[in-house]
Structure formats: C-alpha cells, structure tokens
Design a protein around this ligand. Structure first.
Ligand SMILES: NC(=O)c1ccc[n+]([C@@H]2O[C@H](COP(=O)([O-])OP(=O)(O)OC[C@H]3O[C@@H](n4cnc5c(N)ncnc54)[C@H](OP(=O)(O)O)[C@@H]3O)[C@@H](O)[C@H]2O)c1
Length: 516
C-alpha cells in the first residue's frame, strides 16, 4: 500500500486543489506563447542536466518564442561558445530537433554566474526573464565552492535582474527542508528558516550572519594554502555548519542560504521552484533521457548489481520526478512570473498525491535485477542505516586485511622463489577492488540515508497544480505537469532503469556486481 498523506496523519486539506469554479474563473489568464514572444529569456546552467532539457523544451515547444540567452563559463581553454556547441547542441537532448535552427535562436554569453557585472548587464539588456538554473549539486563539495555556486551566483544574478529590469525564477530544491518529518508547506517562511527551528519565535538563524562567518572561516583556511588538508577542512566546514542547523549536507545548506539571500531582495520580482529528485525523462526529449547519475542512478546500479539489503524505511517515498516534468513546470512558472501572477514558492514534488514507497521500489529493483540475470542474495530486506553502515565497515575491514595478507604472501613466495606469487598478487588486487567498492557503497548509502530512511517528508505541491490550472489546454499539452498520474512501476522499469543503463554508465552494472 502506498504512503498517502492522509495515512500518515498529515492534513490533506493543505493539499486540496482549488474548487473547480475557482480554477475555471482563473483559466486562460496567461497565454504562455505570447509571454515567451514578448520576453527574451536568459537561462543559466543551460549546459547542465535540468537546464538543457528546459532550454530544448522552450525552443521545441515554443518556436515562436523570442531569442533565448544562455550563460556558460569557459573551461580549461575551451570557450563558452565551444562548450555550448559540444555539451548542449551536440547532446542527445537536441538530437530529435533542428539543431541549426535552434542555434540561430540562442545567444551564448561567456561568463560565470558568480561574477556577473557591468559587461553582462550591457550584453543582456534585452532580457526580461531569467531562469537561474546554475548550481553545484555535489552533496559534500568544499564549502567555498558550494557557497560560490549556490549563494554568490544567486546574489549576482539577482543584481543583474535588478539592473536590467528582469524578473528572476530561481531553481532551488525541496531538500532545503533539511532534517524533519511531516508535511513541508510551500508557505513556510524562507528568511530565518533552519531545519531545527523550534517554533516561529525562534530567530536564531540569520543567513547573512551565517554567510559572513562562513566567509571568515573560509578565508582563514584558504590562507593556509590550497592543499589536500585545506580541501578536506573546507569539506568538513560545510558538513559541520550544515549539521549544526539541521541540513543534511552542504548542498542543501547552501541552497537554503541562496534562497534566503534572494528572499531578502525587495528590488526585484522573483519566484522559487524547488524540484525534488530529478530523474529520467518521461517523454521529452525522449523517454529515459538522463545525465550525470548523481541521484537515483547509484541506487539503480547497486540494485542491478545484486544488492538485496537496503538501509531504507519501507513506507518512505523516494521523491523522484522526471526531468521533463520539472522543465515543463519551470517554464510554466516562468511565464506566470513574467505576467506578475506567480506565487513565491513552488515545490515540484509528487508524493502528496502519488507516492511510491521504498518497499515497492526495492522489490521492483530486485525483480528487475533477477530478470536481468544478477545474483540477488534472496528477497530484498530493509535494514536500519546504522546497522548497515557498521556491517559494511566490518566487511571492508575484513577485505582490507585479506588484501594485506595476499600481498604479504605474494612477496614471501617471490622472495623464496616459490610459485604462486602472481596468483596471490592478483587475489590481493581483487581484494583492493572489493574494498574500494565497499567504501563507495558505504559513502553512497550514507549520503542517501537522509532521503531513504532518516526523514519522512511529504512536500506540499499545491502551487504548481494551481499554476498549471491557469494555463490553456494547449499550453498544458506543451508543458505537461502530470506526476500524479505516473505509473511508477512502469516508469522505473522503462524510463529510469533503461535510461540509467543507456546514458549513465553502460558498464557500471558489471562494476557494481562484486559479490563477497
Ligand atoms: N538534479 C537534481 O536532482 C536536482 C534536484 C533539485 C534541484 N536541482 C537544482 O537544479 C539546478 C540544476 O541542476 P542539474 O542537476 O542540472 O545540475 P548540473 O547538471 O550539475 O548543472 C549545473 C549547471 O550549473 C552550471 N554552473 C554552476 N556554477 C556556475 C557558475 N558559477 N556560473 C555559471 N554556470 C554555473 C554548471 O556549469 P559548468 O558545466 O560550467 O559547471 C552546470 O551547467 C541546480 O540549481 C540544482 O540545485 C537539481
């Protein structure tokens, strides 16, 4: 049985759609096509997974739209234009479409979102709407890098919006909610929020004070030189600051700081979309398209590699939404924002209406693994995360001990001129490989525990349903937001698993299938 908002004690009134008459009376308030014709749009992060799909959808579904601007930074001697051609136009995302025709409608700007200034304001003077999709999605990056991508860039893009008179749609994440359980409401306060906040009188957190402290500490660490130790200290700093306030990683901590920085601005019109976990496309540009493999892909690969014991709560729903649904929602909200009709926050999530509990997901993944010939050690079992991590560590210690023993044996055999030294060295190599896989598995599982076991959220997603109700039938067909009707078993089988296998790491199933 699926996790339902009402079955876990949350109020379903909060997730009730507007009454039909209310929806009817507000329909056709905006005409997305006209809005996109009248507003040049800038998309940052358009060479990333989400941005690329949003860009392609805008161009493909609205051929009449005005020019689209993208901001790309140069990298290692490769210009922004070249990166755009190699990473965006040449991507499979654009394969079904007229690449040359698309290229003519796009203006590529070279630059870093965290450094936008006068030149950018001049070059982008015609832009009326910004979709800020750039960000650093790594969970535990050095905190100065996360701060730059997820906070400084928001500030600079907001400055740019102010200077050129553009409206700003910022792409955040549902997981700014941090540690917690229950319904996460879209109306929840942004400024001053921290996950361990006791009640609405709790004013302990101030984003600007936190950012200033962080910068001071980063400055001290950077003054010591940028070696491995400083790098580890910067990773640790992000982890500890996040934990101090209740965020589950540096990524979500800095994304919340970015939201709070934006929410403090009264000089521009802005809105925030918060996608949940973004995964393989349902339909656009074609079913199964996925890129990057940061989120559910490792889980899929571990399952197909034969993993049968899962640190997860069976009744918790993994909040996955297909990337094309996210792109459609972003474009719909962007159009509403351009027309001055947007809400502040849109959670792009689904489990308030159509949850898919971990128990069912794990059973499905195990069945798929078996069907594909993996050695699955019995029926899938759910474990608590700490037990799992400790067992994995013990297993790793045993494997590392074996590695050392085979290595010593190989040396000894060689020193005595006895046969078998090569075989012992190979065995030691296998053990090293196994230990590495166990370490990777442990890290992956630990990073996922907040989403698969420790926190049981239901993200309210009322605003996007209401937003979509304000579009015409034609626009809703061009920008479909229909996660409530997704059949999750077929989505996971036909889109997610197939997509991960095809686009993420074709060899990874073999790499993940080491069995002790
Ligand atoms: N993927 C998810 O599951 C998910 C879920 C919720 C929310 N989100 C949000 O969605 C957005 C896009 O995520 P994604 O999955 O598409 O990530 P992605 O594939 O890593 O793309 C991120 C993009 O941001 C660009 N970028 C980062 N810092 C930049 C800077 N300072 N200046 C210019 N460009 C910069 C990157 O450019 P380079 O190539 O130059 O690095 C890249 O194109 C992020 O804001 C993320 O927080 C993602």
């Amino acid at each position: 049985m699926g996790l339902r908002a009402d079955s876990v004690g949350y109020s379903t009134s909060a997730v009730r759609p507007r009454s039909p008459s209310c929806v009817e009376s507000s329909r056709l308030l905006i005409d997305v096509s006209r809005t996109f014709q009248a507003n040049e749009i800038l998309i940052t992060g358009a060479n990333g997974f989400v941005g690329k799909v949003a860009l392609a959808m805008l161009l493909a579904r609205y051929p009449e739209a005005a020019r689209v601007h993208v901001l790309v930074r140069p990298r290692r001697g490769v210009s922004a234009q070249q990166r755009f051609e190699d990473e965006v136009l040449a991507s499979p995302v654009f394969q079904p479409f007229d690449r040359e025709g698309f290229a003519e409608r796009i203006v590529v700007h070279e630059g870093d979102a965290a450094e936008l200034g006068d030149e950018a304001a001049q070059a982008m003077a015609g832009v009326k709407l910004i979709i800020h999709c750039a960000g650093l999605v790594e969970f535990f990056a050095p905190v100065d890098e996360s701060l730059r991508a997820n906070v400084d860039a928001v500030e600079k893009v907001a400055d740019l919006a102010g200077r050129i008179g553009a409206k700003l749609l910022h792409v955040s994440t549902c997981y700014v909610a941090g540690r917690g359980n229950g319904l996460v409401e879209e109306s929840q306060l942004i400024e001053g929020f921290y996950p361990l906040r006791k009640d609405c009188n709790d004013m302990a957190f101030d984003a600007q004070t936190e950012i200033a402290k962080l910068r001071e500490r980063i400055g001290e660490l950077n003054a010591q030189g940028r070696d491995g130790t400083a790098q580890r200290a910067l990773i640790e700093l992000g982890r500890s600051r996040a934990e101090r306030w209740g965020w589950v990683n540096t990524y979500t901590y800095t994304k919340s700081l970015g939201e709070q920085t934006l929410a403090a601005r009264s000089d521009i019109e802005w809105a925030i979309v918060r996608p949940a976990i973004v995964e393989s496309a349902l339909e656009f540009p074609f079913p199964g398209w996925v890129e990057g493999g940061r989120t559910a892909a490792p889980l899929v690969l571990m399952a197909l590699g034969g993993m049968s014991e899962w640190p997860a709560r069976g009744d918790l729903s993994l909040e996955v939404v297909p990337v094309d649904q996210i792109a459609a929602a972003m474009l719909g909200v962007a159009a509403l924002l351009a027309e001055g009709k947007a809400d502040r926050v849109y959670q792009l999530a689904v489990s308030d209406r159509n949850p898919f509990p971990m128990r069912r997901l794990i059973a499905l993944l195990a069945a798929e693994a078996k069907r594909r010939g993996a050695q699955v050690g019995g029926d899938p079992k759910l474990f608590d995360g700490q037990t799992y991590v400790q067992r994995n560590r013990r297993q790793k210690a045993r494997v590392e001990k074996l590695e050392r023993r085979f290595q010593a044996l190989s040396k000894w055999l060689k020193s005595k001129g006895l046969p078998g030294s090569g075989a012992a060295a190979r065995k030691s190599g296998q053990m090293r490989q196994a230990a590495l896989q166990l370490r990777f598995r442990e890290q992956t599982v630990e990073q996922y525990l907040p989403f698969t076991e420790q926190n049981r959220y239901v993200f309210e997603a009322n605003h996007i349903r209401m937003a979509m109700a304000e579009l015409s039938d034609g626009d809703r067909a061009r920008l479909p937001w229909t996660p409530e009707s997704i059949d999750w078993p077929s989505y996971w089988r036909d889109n997610e698993i197939e997509g991960v296998l095809k686009w993420v790491q074709p060899d990874a199933v073999r790499d993940w299938s080491f069995q002790l």
